[in-house]
Design a protein around this ligand. Structure first.
Ligand SMILES: NC(=O)c1ccc[n+]([C@@H]2O[C@H](COP(=O)([O-])OP(=O)(O)OC[C@H]3O[C@@H](n4cnc5c(N)ncnc54)[C@H](O)[C@@H]3O)[C@@H](O)[C@H]2O)c1
Length: 381
């Protein structure tokens, strides 16, 4: 909607798999989500430029994807189409395999189809900060995608090289995003595909200026243990009087971005494409980093919520540092929305409004990374 509002001709290509996963899991977004047909109609009724929709599985329907690119000749493809939850990806071998098949094939099909089409299409991909890993960075600032390293030679001399920052995925989902990164590296080198890879932090917030125009345009608000992201979950838990579920010590540090900034960044990336022959552009799409325990404290101070420290379902470092360079978007004009801008209470208000749709039994995160974490979860009081 943001892009259509800015005058672009927009077509959504989606297989609606996210809605099917809701049905399989027996859980729903806290905010009621209209059918895709009603959403498109609502957008036109509020005066938005018409958005087209094509039901297509990019991981499985290669020929249709290629035909679509050939007929539409897009200037750019914004690639969101992946299974996006780490806990869901770790639920079972079936969800691990689905996440790899879907995400890696989808990205590869898109790249191969662009090459076969012969068109010069800029890909803007939504990746994750998780590709860098959440282990110790020993106080180093995480650069935007590339690291300059010195390589020692046998004769004692050294040369410098700019390499992709080493990856350290913490889940099968994150692993697929690191594989995407390598696919982009290869297709950019071999076929000169122009690519911007956005290493995005955890999105928080629910509404943008445009989703607020009509209730049928509202965004998903996932609160369940599989799809809910940490800050939105805390805000929703506070809204319904459920103790905030901090996993482990809460020393985990993560990067965050408000949904309004996320859509702005996609627009900035599209408006500033790589030039022909330029390496993959990598932007760290985040605006601030916080320890999970500090977030819980902030939400508790705002709402009076209690905090419940629980066995961590993830196999991960007890705590980690996360200092991130995000200069690219700031230099392009992004004005970050921060946690202190008053929008935390807006999310609590949204959650309170839909509190009766919450199934409290779906709040705990029960997807364990290994049997060791599963045992710890089972022993929770
Ligand atoms: N939400 C976050 O906090 C966050 C953080 C970092 C990165 N991201 C990335 O941003 C992107 C969008 O995330 P989101 O939160 O809007 O997720 P989402 O699940 O709401 O959106 C992804 C969409 O892709 C579709 N899809 C999945 N596989 C497909 C396929 N094979 N063919 C066609 N469509 C397919 C789904 O139906 C869904 O509508 C994802 O790639 C995600 O990994 C999200």
């Amino acid at each position: 909607m943001n892009l259509a509002d800015a005058g672009h001709d927009v077509m959504i290509v989606d297989n609606l798999s996210r809605r099917k996963i809701d049905i399989d899991l027996g859980v729903e977004s806290l905010t009621p989500i209209a059918t895709i047909g009603d959403r498109l109609k609502a957008w036109e009724q509020v005066g938005g430029k018409r958005i087209e929709f094509v039901l297509l599985d990019i991981a499985k329907e290669y020929d249709r994807l290629l035909a679509l690119l050939r007929s539409e000749k897009p200037d750019a493809v914004v690639h969101f189409a992946e299974q996006r939850a780490a806990p869901y990806s770790m639920k079972s071998s079936a969800t691990k395999r689905y996440t790899v098949d879907n995400n890696v094939n989808g990205t590869h099909n898109l790249l191969a189809a662009i090459v076969e089409s012969g068109l010069d299409i800029h890909i803007v991909h939504l990746g994750t900060m998780g590709v860098y890993g959440y282990g110790s960075h020993r106080g180093a600032t995480i650069p935007e995608g590339y690291l300059t390293v010195e390589v020692p030679q046998a004769d004692g001399s050294r040369f410098t090289e700019r390499i992709l920052h080493p990856t350290d995925p913490g889940s099968v989902y994150h692993m697929t995003k690191t594989l995407d990164q390598l696919l982009f590296f290869y297709y950019n080198k071999n076929d000169s595909i122009r690519i911007t890879d956005l290493h995005q932090g955890i999105v928080w917030g629910t509404n943008t200026r445009l989703t607020e125009k009509d209730p049928r345009l509202t965004n998903r608000f996932d609160y369940d243990g599989d799809y809910g992201t940490v800050l939105n979950r805390f805000l929703m838990q506070a809204a319904i009087g459920y103790p905030l579920t901090v996993h482990g010590t809460g020393g985990q540090t993560r990067a965050f971005i408000h949904i309004r900034d996320s859509v702005r960044c996609v627009q900035l990336a599209l408006d500033n494409p790589p030039t022909s022959g330029e390496k993959v552009k990598i932007f760290n799409q985040m605006t601030e980093s916080h320890r999970v325990a500090d977030l819980a404290e902030k939400v508790a101070a705002l709402t009076g919520a209690e905090t419940n420290y629980q066995a961590n379902p993830r196999k991960e470092a007890i705590d980690n540092d996360l200092i991130v360079d995000n200069r690219c978007f700031l230099e392009l004009g992004l004005k970050p929305t921060t946690l202190d801008d008053g929008l935390l209470s807006e999310v609590v208000d949204v959650a309170r409004r839909w509190a009766d749709r919450c199934d409290r039994s779906r709040i705990p995160c029960l997807s364990a990374w290994t049997t060791r974490q599963a045992e710890a979860i089972a022993a929770r009081p």
